[in-house]
Write a protein that binds this ligand. Structure first.
Ligand code: PMP
Length: 397
């Protein structure tokens, strides 16, 4: 018999020298169960994926049914596959008029890659504008618009002609001119530390893009699919992008990404040459079936309303002098602490008591909170009590 832990350390390529290393037996609802018989409350939803909780029965049912009918049959875009068509139609029915065409891919990063390429081809321009502290993925294109030098430097040169601006800063918006193909941004920066765009500033970005003919890309890979209390965060702002990227929670736990835009913009991918963003597994029928079930449940059960209830509970319960600020919207929240040592101590203390938390990629003084929207009230109450105690017990050092 193989020992999974040994094989993990001997054969799985490691991403750091300190993996969490929980040995997962199964996952259900808000809980992860490990092989040593412990139960953990997943308060980060596998990083904003398990919005419905783990192993939602209707998602499993949809997967089982689709697996029996067919799995992969053809590279994306050639055959009419019911799960993809159903998902596209359902998504489109909840999106504005200029986002009625949807291109399915495998991941969030690939959605951003596709969106950047689409913007270049549709505008015939090359320059891109992105923001400091952003995260858009780790392939060369996505990394080129990710605003954190420590992750970029080992891979330079990246794409040329990318200009980084400060998030929420009006001063540099005139940089968005007629040479710019696209402006890519997260309306709420996730890995940057749960930082919301200021509504007036975002309106100005939109206006500047429209004036310059630059396409505005919203990366809602983390903020989308109901996490902030609206299907997409842009809906809180009433500011519509030209291209919308989604992934993570879209698949209800299965891998799938997508970018949505207008028919006119997507025409750029059809001609001169055609087949611009070929993807073998993009919109995999099993993932698409899972995504359709997940979106159906999200909407039917009005789970987005729960995001606000979670936010209210967090803001009313987590009162401590050790918390500098609680940022974010709905169930996409961050507790700003003062030092990394304090943040690590809080996260570790919670883990010991069976609560899974983490910080964000660009900020190690922020505790990320992203519970499933289906988390039972009692579990939420218990979790927040443990977290508050851990924060009290670990003052900044
Ligand atoms: N954009 C944002 C805003 C993200 O949070 C992430 C993942 N953390 C990505 C892109 C990349 O998505 P994926 O890991 O599915 O490629």
């Amino acid at each position: 018999m193989t020992n999974p832990r040994e094989a993990f350390f001997n054969h799985i390529a490691q991403t750091s020298d300190s993996p969490l290393g929980l040995e997962i037996a199964r996952a259900e609802g808000p809980y992860l169960y490990t092989t040593d018989g412990r139960r953990y409350t997943d308060f980060i939803s596998g990083i904003a994926v398990s919005t419905l909780g783990h192993s939602h029965p209707e998602v499993i049912e949809a997967i089982e049914q689709q697996v029996r009918l067919h799995m992969h049959v053809m590279v994306y875009g050639e055959f009419v596959q019911k799960p993809q068509s159903n998902l596209a139609q359902l998504l489109a029915s909840h999106l504005p008029d200029n986002l009625q065409r949807i291109y399915f891919v495998n991941s969030g990063t690939e959605a951003n890659e596709g969106a950047l390429k689409l913007a270049k081809k549709a505008t015939g321009r090359k320059r891109m504008v992105a923001f400091r502290n952003s995260y858009h993925g780790d392939t060369h294109g996505a990394l080129s618009v990710t605003g954190r030098d420590v992750y970029r430097d080992p891979y330079l040169p990246l794409l040329p002609d990318v200009t980084f601006l400060n998030f929420n800063d009006y001063a540099q918006l005139s940089t968005i001119d007629e040479t710019v193909a696209c402006v890519i941004m997260e309306p709420i920066q996730g890995e940057g530390g749960i930082i919301q765009a200021d509504p007036q500033w975002l309106a100005q970005v939109r206006q500047q893009c429209t004036r310059a003919g630059a396409l505005l890309i919203f990366d809602e890979i983390q903020s989308g699919m109901g996490r902030t209390g609206a299907l997409f965060a842009f809906m809180h702002y009433g500011i519509v992008p030209d291209i919308l990227c989604m992934a993570k929670a879209l698949g209800g736990g299965m891998p799938i990404g997508a970018f949505a835009s207008s028919h006119a913009i997507f025409e750029a991918f059809m001609y001169n040459p055609p087949l611009n963003h070929v993807t073998t597994f993009g919109g995999h029928p099993v993932s698409a079936a899972a995504a359709h079930a997940a979106l159906t449940v999200l909407l039917r059960d009005k789970l987005m309303d729960r995001a606000f209830r979670i936010e209210n509970r967090v803001r009313s319960v987590l009162k401590s002098d050790h918390i500098t600020e609680i940022r974010g919207k709905g169930a996409m929240l961050g507790l700003q602490l003062k030092t990394f040592a304090q943040t690590r101590a809080v996260v570790e203390a919670c883990l010991e008591q069976g609560i899974l938390l983490g910080w964000t990629l660009h900020s190690n003084t922020l505790v990320r909170l992203a519970p499933p929207l289906t988390i039972p009230e009692e579990t939420l109450t218990e979790t927040l009590a443990v977290l508050l105690q851990a924060i009290h017990d670990h003052p900044p050092v």
